[in-house]
Design a protein around this ligand. Structure first.
Ligand code: ADP
Ligand code: ZN
Ligand code: ZN
Length: 753
């Protein structure tokens, strides 16, 4: 019998030791209720049991076992430990990210905990009521609803068109399929238009006869190469394939193979925006085997998924965002990371600040499975690993079928301006191309790196600019809602002043430009064209997103203006022209990854042109037409870009040749902060020498009223990063032993993006 248990609580604290009451047997990985602090109860995870009495006087006991079966496997526990150690956070912080909210209740009393939460629930499905099978009756109902309850109308329409066999679950799955609220479904049920059927989620495991796409010769070669490399002991491989080459088809074959052998598969996608399209595509082949998992699902749904998988017999296929890494897939053998270069795989706030791709690589080793990293423009880290043979690698260098790569034209903005061929933000070349494209009845996509109408407002008389009162940053002008200034850091908003508040002489004007302004100008220049915009402001919900995408897909709109959102893997057949309005603000970022990112982004945008049609075109507007990155984009030459950038990274000692640990110190008192940062820097410099940079104030050095100071540590890739982290932790402890620094917040970000 174990007497004590080390228990992980969802806090930024180390595991805490509790006594195990005599008649209780706890198991590692189990969820238990424990008291922490004077009043509060938390869910904790039993991490270790032992008989060593800790040396504090009063030892609290485990209150109750919340659920009999362990919530974590040994592999999951190893993953949590690796993340906590590598990303310099507590196991409790990993727990916060890893377990769905409902599975970690906390409260004032122990009664607030119910085992109920952990039970896999039955799902409720809905179907059209029998009465509405009658066409005429259905038509009547539709007419009534369309006027009086448009939301119910749309939901009912969706259910009706889904057909008799397709039962649609309520709750979250319904929202995805129906884009309807639970309340809307309830209303329809009350009126007797739909009925609800409760039953277990049915997953047909026996059937592995998936209808797979037939692969082209190139695809077959790439697939066999990957299989051979996995078989020969490589746990990770890179699939580098240009956009439209059919990487997804290769994924599908690997997934089918794994599922039919009873293994679990995890397919990670960088953003929710993309998951919807990919899930649809996967469901067409794998049907009910597909389990979606991302942040837009309700807490209830995420808990259900977790608990269902915890009891699964294998053969599971999860498609999800980065947090899907933490699901209990007991037979996980294949993890695919699509668009592996995407920086949104890194969680930057809050801890754990983990990179899902790197975790996937680690997990492949932990589970004895394989990780496949797919991209048209891999991160330099991954590409280098593939080059030196650490990872396997296969390439697809041709588009599938007779789709051709677009032709890329560079348009010099300065030259256009000199010749009077620049109209607001468009060079004549781009305007001519747009006109031709619209005349041919084809579609246009315009990419602008910034959202908002214009980045800032300023006074032409005295130079005053509108700034956020609590962050050191200019406010962004948004035209929506009659013109508002918004802080992109803290969300502060205010109205645009009519007269300059500083000199009171002139009207303020907006400077720079964003998607909203482009949309407005395009509408003015091409009054006949139907224009839509896709960015974080226009996409207020998943529904809004889907509508904008669907309208463009069905050619209800001609021109789509957008931010990076449009650069993701959309497959719009009718787009034959893509315009990049300002390549310069991509290139001129003060970040060592700027060139790599600019290349990736431009290639990705360019990849949207001519997916199916002949001769797609891309126009890049830039003031630096001879910039090496622009030339490499035009030539589609990833390798030259990679070699050139890697040479620079090596010279200036940046990843992948160095590992970075960024430390940010925060406090309201700038003087105290400066002293703390100075002392920490001195301590670390004593240990690391000139591998430590700083302290320096970041470009935005005040956020939400707190001042910021940064330190950056660069450690050789070959050196022990574990040792480096240990030293940093030791020095932080020393720093905090000075009571005046206790209130300083320090954030460590390992491998910052
Ligand atoms: P990628 O993911 O590399 O950008 P996709 O997998 O999306 O490329 O493929 C691009 C287009 O070509 C898609 O419309 C896809 O359905 C089609 N395609 C690719 N390979 C095949 C294949 N083997 N059979 C049928 N269609 C294919
Ligand atoms: Zn602010
Ligand atoms: Zn002024």
């Amino acid at each position: 019998m174990s007497l004590y248990a080390d228990i992980v609580l969802p806090l930024a604290q180390p595991a805490y030791t509790y006594a195990v009451p005599e008649r209780m047997t706890v198991v590692v990985g189990q969820a238990v209720a424990v008291q922490f602090g004077p009043r509060k109860f938390y869910t904790g995870i039993v991490w270790r049991t032992h008989d060593r009495r800790p040396d504090f006087p009063r030892i609290k006991s485990v209150h109750r076992i919340l659920y009999p079966d362990p919530l974590l496997t040994a592999e999951q526990m190893a993953l949590w430990e690796w993340i906590a150690s590598y990303y310099m956070c507590s196991l409790g912080e990993v727990m916060r990210a890893a377990l769905p909210t409902l599975m970690k209740p906390s409260g004032e009393t122990e009664e607030e905990f119910a085992e109920e939460e952990f039970r896999p629930k039955k799902e409720v499905y809905v179907a059209l009521d029998v009465a509405l099978r009658d066409e005429e009756r259905l038509h009547e109902v539709f007419e009534k609803l369309e006027r009086r309850a448009p939301k119910q109308y749309e939901a009912l329409l969706e259910i009706a068109t889904a057909g008799d066999d397709t039962r649609i679950a309520t709750g979250e799955i319904a929202r995805r399929l129906l884009q309807a609220d639970y309340a809307v479904l309830q209303a329809l049920a009350r009126k007797g238009f739909i009925r609800q059927v409760e039953h277990e989620r049915r997953v047909e495991r026996g059937n592995s006869n998936f209808r797979l796409p037939k692969l082209s010769e190139h695809q077959v070669a790439a697939l066999s190469r990957l299989q051979a490399q996995f078989a020969s002991g490589k746990s990770t491989a890179l699939l580098q394939g240009i956009t439209g080459s059919g990487k997804t088809e290769i994924y599908i074959h690997l997934i089918a193979e794994m599922l039919s052998r009873g293994g679990d598969v995890l397919l990670l996608v960088p953003e929710i925006a993309l998951t919807a399209q990919l899930i649809d595509r996967m469901e067409r082949i794998f049907g009910s085997r597909v389990t979606p998992f991302h942040s837009k699902l309700t807490n209830r749904c995420r808990t259900e998924t977790y608990m269902r998988l915890n009891h699964s017999e294998g053969g599971e296929f999860v498609v999800g965002a980065r947090s899907a890494l933490f699901l209990p897939l007991k037979r996980l053998r294949l993890i695919i990371v699509d668009e592996e270069h995407d920086s949104s795989y890194k969680q930057s706030e809050p801890a754990p600040r983990y990179h899902a791709r790197d975790c996937a690589v680690m997990m492949a080793r932990l589970y004895g499975g394989h990780a496949l990293l797919g991209s048209a423009t891999p991160s330099l880290e991954t590409w280098l690993n593939a080059r030196i043979g650490k990872y396997g690698m296969a390439t697809l260098s041709e588009r599938y079928g007779d789709a051709r790569l677009p032709q890329i034209l560079v348009s010099d903005t300065l030259r256009a301006a000199r010749r009077g061929e620049r109209h607001s933000h468009f060079n004549k070349l781009l305007l001519d191309k747009i006109e031709e494209t619209l005349e041919r009845g084809e579609q246009v996509m315009l990419f602008q790196n910034r959202r908002g109408f214009s980045p800032y407002v300023t006074c032409t008389e005295c130079g005053w600019t509108a700034r956020c009162p609590s962050c050191n940053v200019t406010l962004t002008y948004h035209q929506r809602g009659g013109g508002r200034l918004i802080c992109h850091y803290c969300g502060h908003t205010e109205v645009v002043p009519v007269k300059c508040p500083s000199c009171k002489v002139t009207d303020v004007v907006s400077k720079g430009f964003g998607t909203e302004k482009i949309e407005e100008e395009i509408a003015r220049l091409f009054p006949e064209a139907r224009v839509a915009r896709l960015d974080r402001d226009s996409v207020t919900s998943e529904r809004a997103f889907r509508n904008i995408v669907a309208d463009f897909e069905q050619h209800k709109t001609d021109i789509l203006v957008g931010t990076q959102m449009i650069t993701k893997g959309f497959d719009f057949g009718g787009v034959s022209l893509v315009g990049i309005l300002n390549a310069d603000n991509l290139l001129n970022n003060p970040d060592f990854r700027a060139a790599e990112r600019a290349f990736q982004r431009m290639m990705q945008v360019a990849g949207r042109a001519g997916r199916r049609s002949e001769g797609g075109e891309v126009v890049i507007q830039t003031a630096e037409p001879t910039h090496p990155i622009i030339r490499q984009v035009v030539a589609g030459d990833y390798e030259s870009m990679a070699r050139e950038q890697l040479a620079e990274r090596q010279q200036f000692f940046y990843p992948p040749y160095a590992r970075l640990i960024a430390l940010t110190l925060r406090h309201r008192d700038p003087e105290l902060l400066r002293r703390a940062a100075g002392e920490l820097a001195a301590r670390l410099r004593g240990r690391f020498g000139n591998r430590l940079l700083g302290p320096m104030a970041p470009p935005v050095d005040r956020i939400r009223g707190e001042y910021l100071m940064n330190l950056l540590l660069k450690v050789e890739s070959g050196a022990s990063s574990a040792r480096a982290r240990e030293i940093v932790n030791g020095e932080l402890k020393e720093l905090f032993s000075n009571p005046s620094f206790k209130q300083i917040t320090v954030i460590a970000d390992v491998d910052p993006q």
